[in-house]
Write a protein that binds this ligand. Structure first.
Ligand code: KG4
Ligand code: ZN
Length: 356
């Protein structure tokens, strides 16, 4: 197994992401420079099915990854010899896609004699705000909201995550996507719902706020999604009003659950949001207000770092190298993991999603 040749503050890490419907490769330095990155979305392939089809995703990753790896090295004008480690998403996610990325990472690590860093995709999201913001220090309270997960985590340090809340059914991104499908807005739904919501009245449609006020630190969005379907089928509401009311109901749930987490876990210096839904401006606005009211800093990464990308995977690799000076790489026989909780001590709740 190769060792890390550069000091960890000058390390260059190649990142590979393939856990859902984005194939992505990036080169990131430990001093927070993104030297090159490419990302190919599979939106067009999955759009006819209204959601991600695992088999199609795996095949598309397999076709795109090798040329993309070459292109990113070219973009940065680097050879593999100049890279210090290879970081690849090893889960959680759609297993076929994860295997494609992980096996490519292993092959590169072996061929170039560099350490492999098997990255938890959720850890990529969780640490991504630190790539964009050097001033963000541990600990922070993280709302991780993506297509497969909706969690509140106390991020205490690299590899130290305390899960304070999770969803008992749908993830929030999934609820956005389903709302978009019901309203005929296509896939992916989050950005489309956000756009339509701008033209609607968020008070027009009475919708539930599942688990609001509950002392159990969980999320639930299945009932909200069903209510959206009923509101749409009633024919009494404009789609823009439904979109705006849905978005507001979802935000009310987020804020209520975050308040509970703060009550239960105590305060943190910063409130941080990550994951695809963190791209939503109304969500960001509401979180910023909550942070201000609690004298916390609010940190949200730039939009391109919110949705799935490889820079966050490479960055998680940089964090691992910096955190553990003796790290010699993960074993090359390590397996891809469809499920991989960030906090292994947290109890399993029914329905918690597999993709991130
Ligand atoms: O983190 P991500 O790119 O992939 C996963 O790991 O799941 O998150 C994708 C999710 C999708 O459900 C998408 O609809 C949602 O993030 N999303 C948004 C917005 N942009 C993406 N949801 C609400 N508003 C947005 N602007
Ligand atoms: Zn993700």
């Amino acid at each position: 197994m190769g060792s890390v040749s550069h000091k960890s503050d000058a390390a260059i890490v190649l990142g590979i992401e393939s856990s859902c419907d984005e194939t992505a490769v990036a080169l990131v330095t430990a001093d927070r420079r993104i030297l090159a990155q490419r990302i190919a979305s599979q939106e067009a392939e999955h759009a006819p099915y209204g959601g991600v089809v695992p088999e199609i995703a795996a095949r598309a990753h397999a076709q795109r990854l090798a040329p993309m790896l070459e292109a990113v090295m070219d973009d940065a004008g680097l050879t593999l010899d100049q890279v210090d480690a290879i970081a690849a998403t090893a889960g959680p996610g759609l297993i076929g896609g994860v295997m494609v990325g992980l096996v490519s990472g292993k092959a590169l690590a072996m061929a170039a004699d560099k350490p492999l860093i098997a990255v938890n995709h959720l850890e990529g999201h969780a640490l991504s705000p630190r790539l964009a913001d050097p001033a963000l220090e541990f600990p922070y309270l993280l709302l991780l909201v993506s297509g497969g997960h909706c969690q509140i985590l106390g991020v205490e340090g690299v590899g130290q995550y305390r899960r304070l809340a999770t969803t008992i059914d749908d993830a929030l991104g999934e609820a956005f996507d389903k709302t978009a499908k019901i309203l005929g807005l296509g896939y992916p739904g989050g950005p489309a719902v956000e756009r339509l919501a701008r033209e609607g009245d968020s008070k027009a449609v009475p919708l539930p706020r599942p688990l609001k006020g509950s002392k159990e630190p969980h999320f639930s969005f299945a009932g909200l999604k069903s209510a959206v379907l009923r509101a749409h089928e009633s024919g009494e509401h404009k789609p823009a009003d439904i979109a705006a009311s849905f978005q507001q109901a979802a935000i009310d749930c987020l804020i209520d659950r975050l308040r509970l987490a703060l009550d239960q876990a105590g305060t943190f210096p910063a409130l941080v949001v990550a994951g695809g839904v963190a791209a939503n401006q109304s969500v960001r606005g509401a979180l910023e207000e909550l942070a201000q009211a609690n004298a916390m800093r609010f940190v949200a990464p730039p939009l391109a770092l919110c949705t799935d990308n490889a820079a966050m995977i490479a960055w998680a690799g940089c964090e691992r190298l910096a955190h553990d000076a003796d790290f010699a790489g993960d074993p090359l026989d390590l397996k891809a993991r469809p499920r991989w909780p960030l906090d292994p001590e947290a109890e399993t709740v029914r329905g918690a999603g597999v993709k991130a």
